[in-house]
Structures are given as structure tokens and as C-alpha cells.
Ligand binder design. Structure first.
Ligand code: MRU
Length: 367
């Protein structure tokens, strides 16, 4: 069967040999401002500050940041100078954020390309690294497309009902085109569903960085998909009310046993779904699977500055404190949803259903 590629008007990164530009997601939806990265450290800063975010996109930006760094060092430090300086830069990039394993996967891919090209002339070496970053980005784009179709097909079968019947999907954080090089993971599945039926989306606002209210709502509205923002604290009662057909989220790291680290608040959505018989689905490329992590307990969780919780608009021009002066706040940026609550893990290679340990190992073994 022939299919038309899924589309989106949202593009968060623009990279080519010698160039890396990223859309500054801190400023959405107010304004579309692009940041020019001139070195690996510029890419690190963009990732750390959440100008670039979302696990797959972090990986793509890291790969391009290291390609850029190779060119920069080739021009400024020459053949000898590049060795240690590039490896140090790779370590700084890998440490930019701890939870999304895609970052480490991207850096390892670039390290391998750097090692394998050691015998080449300096600028051929740079070109090989740029080609590797380009390949990594293209693979993510293709993975989004494939997982979106797998996820939509799985959901259509699971939800049953008449062909083309409307569905309502709840999502948390932003797992869309803004978080990947393609149509997104969870929002890619939503785009694929919307190609065949009316789809309405409930987007959790996702405090305190507002990825749902600012980013998911922006990108779905831009693509003409019906989206309504929910306060995070309303998700459970909306799920209980029977108005949600399924919940779909992305992931930052999935352990070998199927435990899923994603934006804090995901676990609560999964619990509410299980309590009310609503399918809970995770969509992620295989670059998000971490077979070396046996369970969610081993996944490093990023703790961000509690000040971000106290401010109403932490990335805005006029951050406004909602709390009394002197009171602190805790901000674990991710939580872990146990595999037992996950009805399906959708990847570009297919869908894992419980028990996920075997399902994920099978998917990882596929070409
Ligand atoms: O802190 P963020 O915005 O990088 O967190 C992003 C998420 O948790 C996403 O849900 C996840 O990376 C999936 S992106 C396709």
C-alpha cells in the first residue's frame, strides 16, 4: 500500500556542514527566534538551557554540535590540536543533560566516526563527521515516520469501533516535531491518526516549563490539529470522566525491563489510565532504549533548579514568583513509569506489548 509521508510545518533545527541553527524553544510561542551555534559549547548551552529539548532532538543537536566542533578545531588547531580538544568537547556534550539517553547514543556515534576517520586527511575527516551527523538526523526523521504509523495502527486496532471514528488523545510534555528531527514521537502517532479520522488532543500544560501549553499546543495548532490545554492536575479526573480514548507520551530513556523515564507527571497519567481502563502508550525511537539500564531505578533523573518551579514563567522576560519569599521547591524534571503500567511501547521497528523485557529485546535485534 502506498502512503503519503506525514507532514508538519514545524522545524526546530537547521543544520548543514559548517552550520547549526536551532529554534529557541524558550521563546515559543511568543516569537520564533533562531540561535546560531558556532561551537560544541554553544550546542551544550542550548541543550542545558532548554532552548533545544526533547530527547531525540537533543541527540541530533549534539551530533551536529560535534561535527561543527571538528570543523572549528580543524581550522584553528590543526591536525595535532584536534585530537584531545575534540574528545574533551565530546565529553562536555555528553554531560549536557543526564536523562535522555539519545544524547549519549549520539555522542558515541560521533566518537566512533572520529576514531574510524583517524587516518584520513584533516578536512576529509571533518566531512566524514558531518556526514555522520547528517545520517543521524535522517535516521531520526525516518524513525519518527515509521513509529507514527506503527503506533496509529496499534491504536486503531486496540480502540476498535467504526473506521474513521473520532478519538481523543491525552499527551504530556512535548513529544512532537519540536522534540525530534521529524514529525515527532507521540505527536507523530497523533498526526498519523489524524490522517484517517477526527482527532482531538488534550495537552497537559506540563509545569513548570510549560512544554504542553507552550510547545505542544503551538505545534498542533500550527498543523491544524484540534488541541485543548489541561492543567496537569486535571488529567486524572478527565481520564476518569471517560473523555479520553488513549494517552500517548514520549520517553527520555527506556530501561531493558520497559520502565519509562519521561517528563515528570507522566507516572500520574499512567496510573490514572490503568485505574480507568484507558490505554497508555509510549512512543520512542530505538535510540531512547537503554539495554544497559536494567530497570528504571538505574535511570539518572535530572533535578533542575527549584527556582524554576517558583516562577510562573521561568523562561519568559518577566519571570514572576508565585511563592512567598524564602520558601524552596523541589524539581525532579523526570519520573519513571513502571513497565507494568505501559500497554505499548512503539518504536520504528514495531510495537512492544507486555512483557516488555522480551518485546524490547526483540525490537532491538531487528535491523
Ligand atoms: O525537559 P524536556 O523538555 O527535554 O523533556 C522532554 C520530554 O520529557 C519528552 O516527553 C521526551 O523527551 C520525549 S521527546 C520526543
Amino acid at each position: 500500500m502506498k502512503t503519503t509521508p506525514l507532514g508538519t510545518r514545524v522545524v526546530p533545527i537547521s543544520a548543514a556542514p559548517g552550520r547549526l541553527r536551532v529554534l529557541d524553544q524558550r521563546r515559543l510561542p511568543r516569537e520564533e527566534v533562531w540561535i546560531d551555534c558556532l561551537s560544541a559549547d554553544d550546542a551544550v548551552e542550548a541543550i542545558r538551557s532548554l532552548a533545544v529539548r526533547g530527547a531525540p532532538l537533543i541527540g541530533v543537536a549534539a551530533a551536529w554540535g560535534l561535527a561543527l566542533e571538528a570543523r572549528r578545531l580543524a581550522e584553528s588547531a590543526g591536525k595535532e590540536g584536534i585530537e584531545a580538544a575534540w574528545s574533551d568537547a565530546a565529553s562536555r556534550v555528553a554531560a549536557a543533560r543526564p536523562t535522555a539517553v539519545n544524547l549519549v547514543v549520539a555522542v558515541e556515534r560521533m566518537r566512533t566516526a572520529f576514531r574510524d576517520s583517524a587516518g584520513k586527511a584533516l578536512f576529509s575527516r571533518v566531512s566524514l563527521l558531518e556526514a555522520e551527523a547528517e545520517r543521524f538526523e535522517a535516521e531520526d526523521r525516518a524513525a519518527c515516520e515509521a513509529m507514527s504509523r506503527h503506533g496509529a495502527q496499534w491504536l486503531v486496532e486496540r480502540l476498535g469501533g467504526e473506521a474513521g471514528a473520532p478519538v481523543t488523545i491525552l499527551t504530556h510534555c512535548n513529544a512532537g516535531a519540536l522534540a525530534t528531527a521529524g514529525v515527532g514521537t507521540a505527536l507523530g502517532v497523533i498526526r498519523a491518526l489524524a490522517a484517517g479520522r477526527p482527532v482531538a488532543v488534550f495537552a497537559d500544560e506540563t509545569r513548570p516549563f510549560w512544554q504542553g501549553a507552550r510547545l505542544t499546543a503551538w505545534e498542533l495548532a500550527k498543523d491544524g490539529i484540534d488541541v485543548t490545554i489541561l492543567p496537569d492536575v486535571a488529567a486524572a479526573s478527565i481520564i476518569a470522566s471517560g473523555r479520553v480514548s488513549a494517552a500517548i507520551v514520549g520517553a527520555d530513556r527506556i530501561a531493558a525491563n520497559g520502565d519509562v523515564a519521561n517528563k515528570v507527571g507522566t507516572y500520574g497519567v499512567a496510573l490514572a489510565c490503568r485505574a480507568h481502563g484507558v490505554p497508555f502508550v509510549v512512543a520512542a525511537p530505538r535510540t531512547t532504549l537503554d539495554p544497559a539500564c536494567s530497570s528504571g531505578a538505574k535511570i539518572p533523573i535530572e533535578w533542575r533548579d527549584g527556582a524554576e518551579v517558583l516562577l510562573l514563567d521561568p523562561s519568559g522576560e518577566n519571570p514572576f514568583s508565585v511563592a512567598p519569599a524564602g520558601v524552596g521547591a523541589l524539581y525532579p524534571a523526570f519520573d519513571v513509569t513502571p513497565a507494568a503500567l505501559v500497554d505499548a511501547i512503539v518504536t520504528e521497528a514495531g510495537v512492544s506489548v507486555p512483557p516488555h523485557a522480551g518485546g524490547l529485546a526483540r525490537l532491538l535485534a531487528l535491523p
